[in-house]
Design a protein around this ligand. Structure first.
Ligand SMILES: Nc1ncnc2c1ncn2[C@@H]1O[C@H](COP(=O)(O)OP(=O)(O)O)[C@@H](O)[C@H]1O
Ligand SMILES: [Mg+2]
Length: 235
């Protein structure tokens, strides 16, 4: 198991948000973390990255304990992170933003290049000398994903990448996620859209109230209307 999370707890001040999250991610696989708004998906990713401190539990990447590390140390250990809010450096050009992300590949990692990113997203190549702040929301999202990939992570955590994107760009983002997996990088994809998760993931975890309430394959989830009704569909 590449990433193994056991009994992870987290708090915001006195609010107890994560109540013992268990997650496993195999090498070169796509895992989707689903759940309603407020179920704790983003907090799980932030806790893995060390942005929110874990108050209990463990998260091991290829055997290395991540809890207690600071975010840059977690990144160095091999976790990449694409936050929900698109974080670009608005006054740097597209290419400078990409250069900021470059990190040498580590054990088992793939060496991605800026040219790879331009092949995925020709739009970024066209605009490579433009300031990132002038890009559309969708383009900024692509740029954020590319910058994280250039860090050559072993596992990439992506928080709702398709949120607010036009359907055509959603297709491209999904293709890129599938390609990331083909090149040996594992992906933890936080999603709202069940259809997307069912299409790309090998394993699905559903969160409710800060815990994992379902774990299984897409087919197993398809045969559990109760899970969809209780934990996924917004009434
Ligand atoms: N910075 C914060 N301070 C306090 N509470 C927060 C903060 N961020 C999220 N929460 C709360 O934690 C819970 C889980 O939120 P979150 O992890 O963002 O859920 P999701 O990503 O599944 O929508 C929610 O009840 C939310 O209100
Ligand atoms: Mg969220």
């Amino acid at each position: 198991m590449l990433l193994k999370v056991e009994g992870l707890h987290a708090h915001y001040g006195k609010s107890h948000i994560l109540h013992g999250v268990d997650l496993t991610v195999e090498e070169a696989s796509i895992v989707s973390l689903l759940g309603r708004n407020g179920s704790g998906r983003s907090t799980t990713l932030k806790t893995l990255m060390g942005i929110v401190p874990a108050t209990q539990g463990s998260a091991k990447l290829a055997g290395q304990e991540l809890t207690g590390l600071r975010p840059f140390e977690v990144a160095r250990a091999g976790l990449g992170y694409v936050p929900e809010e698109r974080l670009v450096f608005p006054n740097l050009t597209v290419e400078e933003n990409l250069q900021m992300g470059l990190q040498p590949p580590r054990n088992g990692g793939t060496a991605w290049t800026i040219e790879d990113m331009y092949q995925y997203f020709p739009r970024l190549k066209e605009r490579r000398h433009n300031k990132a702040g002038t890009l559309s929301g969708g383009e900024q999202q692509m740029l954020t994903i590319c910058r994280s990939l250039l860090g050559n992570p072993r596992v990439l955590l992506i928080d709702e990448p398709t949120e607010g994107l036009a359907p055509k760009i959603v297709e491209v983002v999904m293709e890129v996620i599938l390609d990331i997996k083909k090149r040996g990088v594992a992906v933890v994809l936080v999603e709202q859209k069940l259809t997307i998760a069912l299409k790309v993931a090998q394993k699905i975890f559903v969160m409710g109230h800060g815990e994992i309430v379902f774990e299984g394959t897409p087919d197993e989830l398809r045969s559990r209307p109760d899970v969809r009704r209780n934990w996924l569909e917004v009434s």
